[in-house]
Design a protein around this ligand. Sequence first.
Ligand code: C2E
Ligand code: CA
Ligand code: CA
Length: 255
Amino acid sequence: NEFKVAVARKQLFLEYQPFIQIDSGRIIGFEALMRWHHPISGRMRPDLFIPMAEDTGLIIEATRWAFREACKTLKRLITLTGDTALFISVNFSAQDFDDPAFLDELLFTLHETGIHPSQIHLEITERLLLRQSEQIKKILVQCREHDMQIAIDDFGTGYSSLSYLHQYPVTTLKIDQSFVRNMTSDKGVLGLVKSILSLSENMGLAIIAEGVETQQHVDMLKSLKCQIAQGFFFARPMSEDDAAELLQKQAKNPP
Ligand code: C2E
Ligand code: CA
Ligand code: CA
């Protein structure tokens, strides 16, 4: 009930964490991450409320709101910087795909906010694809036909069925934080990261390393020719205003 109120009373907000092109150090996009400012408990982490929002179906409305908000922010950032290649990534839950109006809603919001579908990355998890649902597949194919990007979040942590990678129109793999964290100390994990990178290369998929926290991580990813990274080493999730400021700084002093 409280979450229902949260959606209606605008207690939700988004933070934005940049994606960095490793070679140039440039910000090329942002992931939108949901937060709840609870009137009593204060700021709540998504791990605490997203599962509950999923179980109650309230996630559908929250995701709609987040998608619209993320598009509006992207529009602002593009207008501010003139960087028309910037993109934004939004997290989706399996339940979002149960909404028969899913695609129409997305397209309507894109049209309304003036964002081209190619500037949108839908982040979904492996678990969602393992549902083997024709409905999900159909929607994802349609999203791809409209030129949206489809990223697999936490790649490698779900069930290791790789066949879905060619059954679904996936464009991007996000290497899970746990792999990035452990690749510098564990040869087995490093082997996994290398395999994911060559898998992505062979399949023509883009790759993003998540949870990059140290210079050592960056150096290793560079040597492995991984091109895009995200993590506390570069920036923590931040407000829309801070994201705008960071981009303006970058425009003045390109890295
Ligand atoms: P995720 O999509 O894998 O997002 C990455 C999480 O890792 C974020 O936590 C981010 O703050 C954190 N992170 C980023 N870089 C680093 C790093 O270098 N080190 C460490 N230790 N952590 C890092 P956050 O924002 O608490 O989100 C947690 C999860 O909640 C997300 O994981 C995602 O599964 C879910 N979530 C967040 N926003 C949404 C949303 O709008 N919709 C849905 N369905 N799920 C969301
Ligand atoms: Ca994500
Ligand atoms: Ca992730």
